[in-house]
Design a protein around this ligand. Structure first.
Ligand code: FES
Length: 216
């Protein structure tokens, strides 16, 4: 298997950080108008044509540093994995933060039932999201650090779409009064074991696909 170059979600390069451990094979269709370079390395996954056809893909999440994100291509879509720190997780329940969200309780069908919770995921510490802005499809930029000035007042960390300014929190919940109408989608996934996530397959007994959601 070959390795490829990595980037930093559109943010300035930081040589001290290991960002993308993206696990990808196959061609990737450009998402929206955001020109984002990606770091990609190969994995233990099936061949590109098999993944493109929708086969599940296993991701080693043990290599994601606390507070870091990796992006993996699955079915031509960027799948975001964030190893959320305890501090990040705590922001998801902060009422001052959630009061500014359009759908804080994930009532709109943008996720499976097993992610319709306050952290929008199977485990609070791991976010798994489809990185396609629900406005016009750009790749939102990962801005995880709280910042009192950017991109909104009292920013707790999350995503900012570079195209038209839509904002999401670290669970992919969209803010009020931005162009994007809905939360970022959550793909079907399960934990094969504590270190491995399988994207494209639901837990036993659950039926869910991205074809069911309101906005992709
Ligand atoms: S595509 Fe994200 S704000 Fe327009």
């Amino acid at each position: 298997m070959s390795s490829a170059t990595t980037t930093d979600h559109g943010q300035p390069a930081d040589p001290g950080r290991r960002d993308f451990l993206g696990l990808v094979t196959g061609a990737f269709a450009a998402i929206g108008t955001a020109a984002i370079a990606w770091t990609l390395i190969d994995s233990m996954n099936p061949a590109a044509d098999v993944i493109a056809a929708g086969a599940p893909m296993d991701i080693d999440i043990s290599k994601i540093d606390p507070g870091q994100q990796i992006i993996v291509r699955w079915r031509g879509m960027p799948i975001l994995f964030v190893n959320r720190t305890a501090e990040m997780v705590s922001t998801l329940n902060n009422k001052a933060d959630t009061a500014r969200l359009a759908d804080p309780d994930s009532k709109v069908m943008q996720q499976p039932a097993y992610a319709q919770n306050w952290h929008r995921s199977v485990k609070p510490e791991l976010a798994v999201l489809v990185g396609i802005c629900t406005h016009l499809g750009c790749l939102p930029e990962f801005l995880p650090k709280p910042d009192p000035t950017e991109p909104v007042t009292n920013w707790p960390g999350g995503y900012l779409c570079p195209c038209h300014g839509s904002k999401y929190d670290l669970a992919g919940r969209v803010y009020q009064n931005v162009p994007a109408p809905d939360n970022l989608p959550v793909p079907p996934y399960l934990f094969v074991n504590p270190k491995t996530v399988r994207v494209g397959q639901n837990p036993t007994g659950v039926s869910y696909s991205l074809g069911e959601i309101v906005q992709l």
